[in-house]
Design a protein around this ligand. Structure first.
Ligand code: PDD
Length: 288
């Protein structure tokens, strides 16, 4: 069965969905996106993802093409049209639309291009949760507005490929001696029993999973602090975790070829992983 996508008001098979070459997403990377995990046909933290999408659109001055109710309806319809997939990774992209090539916004304004598609959600395997993953560090070569979930991801693409070239899972980025985030994830560290999270600012994406992890830490009295994390703190951390909608919470056990602590996922990671799974199952999986 072929996957169904939503493009500019219509639901159609992926193979039939096409956009004009002058779409500003294609020409300039002029657009924003979201990735929403869908478990048992239920979107996780949908309103938060749609809220972040609204902020990204506002930040790049594209009028939000749909209101919250309309977004919710399209998302639910798309999930249901792709019920042959188990859990889904639902992708939303909005670009500034189709216009002759000129960096300035089209004047008059044109209709944004709206695409939604679903892919299989592949979360880390039990073996990977057990073993943890390796990562490397690199300078954060991105722009100053990383809080916008922009589709122009060239720096992230190059950084992520560096990870692949080194046969590791992620590239952790450092800017001016401080940890920002991963090429497609947020990063937490644990030191002396305290969970440290870099503060949300223009140098990182305000992750939805990041928020869930901090909420769980708060709810379960896990000591935590939101504070800048220096390179020295990162390199001497007892635990390092990465979080994202598709990776959930995953332990980094090797950084730049050096073991993090004893090179195994730590006790606080294990606790958070269990809390995260319990929370997810409680809010997402249908009651039997
Ligand atoms: N990426 N930071 C960056 C740069 C990201 O691209 C992502 C997510 C995150 C984590 O955000 P969230 O918890 O809301 O997924 C942090 C998605 C999954 C992607 O681009 O595929």
């Amino acid at each position: 069965m072929s996957d169904t996508v939503y493009l500019n008001g219509s639901f159609l098979p992926l193979e039939q969905a096409t956009i004009p070459v002058l779409d500003r997403g294609f020409i300039f990377g002029d657009g924003v996106y979201e990735v929403i995990p869908v478990y048992s046909a239920q979107p996780f933290r949908l309103d938060e993802h749609l809220g972040r999408l609204a902020l990204s659109l506002e930040a790049i001055r594209i009028h939000n093409p749909l209101d919250m109710e309309a977004w919710r309806n399209v998302v639910i319809k798309l999930i249901n049209a792709n019920r042959h997939l188990d859990d889904q990774s639902l992708y939303i992209q909005v670009t500034r639309g189709v216009a002759p090539r000129d960096q300035a916004f089209p004047n008059p304004e044109v209709a944004p291009t709206v695409l939604l598609m679903s892919m299989p959600l592949v979360t880390p395997s039990p073996a990977l949760i057990e073993s943890g993953v390796s990562a490397i560090t690199a300078l954060d070569i991105r722009w100053q507005r990383c809080n916008i979930k922009a589709i122009s991801l060239l720096a992230n693409v190059l950084l992520r490929q560096e990870a692949v070239d080194h046969d590791v899972a992620e590239t952790l980025m450092l800017r001016d001696g401080y940890l920002t985030e991963g090429s497609s994830s947020n990063i937490f560290v644990v030191k002396d029993g305290v969970l440290l999270a870099p503060p949300k600012n223009q140098h990182m994406l305000p992750g939805i999973t990041y928020d869930v992890v901090l909420e769980l830490a708060q709810a379960h009295d896990l000591p935590h602090r939101i504070a800048p994390v220096s390179e020295a703190q990162l390199r001497s951390a007892d635990e390092i975790w990465l979080t994202s909608s598709t990776k959930e919470v995953l332990a980094v056990v090797m950084l730049d070829g050096v073991a993090v602590n004893d090179g195994k996922p730590g006790p606080i990671f294990k606790r958070m992983y269990a809390l995260y799974q319990a929370f997810k199952n409680q809010v997402m999986r249908p009651k039997r």
